[in-house]
Design a protein around this ligand. Structure first.
Ligand code: SAM
Length: 271
């Protein structure tokens, strides 16, 4: 095969490979690390800070690419995507942490506080747990699920199909994790594993549930979850960046046709 044929094949495949330098730099997508080898040589210093800036831009770009992928594919496709290259998960999470550091309040903190204010005997399932910060912050037994496991406590799976027994948990949490196009199947899975009277907590990015900017109507979202068999307990709009919903599973549920709203992807702008 000629060099040109090889290049054209690569173009057709859609090159999603991320250079190692960008992966290694993933932890610094908003700040520029110094990384200067010899502080006495100013030209090598400015060269390396230029390179650092370029790497930072690259890793920010890769974060946005992975983020868009996760919002525009189904959970099983996302699982395959990370199986092919698990290191992309770290690239995504470094970029995500950088974005989160700009938010005035973290939804995870609000959820952690809510759980801490309740009995530590309540069993929690954290759907799309990321770095499992929730599990590390409370005394409760927490089952943590994500597409990749970077911690022995995290079970790697597509969260529409967890290994939990039916009616086995008291609190199900989705903190900014309803990313897949099949997000209703994640909520249905939470419904399966929750005990009657169990709590369903959902934090979602405000723009996804803001009809004035093309997002879904939060009332339609609440209605769909109520049709599944939950009572809506609160809808907290007080945070600038996210909405937090509390639902409680009804004792008896009647199967119904549910009209799920579409949730648009949350795409981060290049800064
Ligand atoms: C925006 S991050 C939030 C992480 C964590 N909940 C937090 O608040 O820090 C969303 C997480 O959901 C995970 N996720 C998305 N779809 C998933 C799926 N189908 N199954 C398991 N995890 C999923 C992603 O891999 C990612 O780690």
């Amino acid at each position: 095969m000629t060099e040109e044929q090889r290049r054209s094949k690569k173009r057709k495949r859609g090159n999603h490979r991320i250079p190692t330098a960008a992966k290694n730099n993933a932890s610094s997508s908003t700040t520029t690390p110094s990384g200067v080898a010899n502080p006495t040589k100013s030209s090598s210093k400015s060269k390396s800070s230029f390179l650092d800036k370029m790497k930072t831009r690259l890793s920010g770009g890769y974060f946005r690419m992975i983020n868009e992928k996760l919002y525009t594919c189904s959970g099983d496709e996302a699982l395959e995507y990370f199986k092919e290259d698990p290191s992309l998960f770290n690239v995504y999470h470094s970029g995500y942490q950088a974005q989160m550091s700009l938010w005035p309040e973290q939804p995870n903190d609000v959820i952690i506080k809510w759980i801490k204010d309740r009995s530590p005997s309540l069993v929690v399932a954290d759907f799309g747990c990321g770095d499992a910060r929730l599990a590390k912050s409370v005394k409760n037994k927490v089952h943590s699920f994500d597409l990749v496991s970077n911690d022995p406590s995290v079970i790697a799976c597509d969260m529409s199909n967890t290994p939990l027994a039916s009616s086995s948990v008291n609190i199900a949490v989705f903190c900014l994790s309803l990313m897949g196009t099949n997000f209703p199947s994640y909520i249905q899975e939470a419904n399966r594993v929750l005990k009657p009277q169990g709590w369903l907590l959902i934090a979602e990015v405000k723009s996804r549930l803001d009809p004035t900017t093309g997002g879904a109507d939060p009332n339609d979202f609440v209605k769909a979850i109520c049709e599944l068999g939950f009572a809506s307990k609160s809808k907290d709009l007080s945070n600038k960046m996210f909405i937090l919903f509390h639902f409680q599973k009804k004792e008896k549920q009647k199967p119904r046709d549910i009209n799920w709203p579409e949730l648009k992807p949350c795409l981060y702008k290049r800064r």
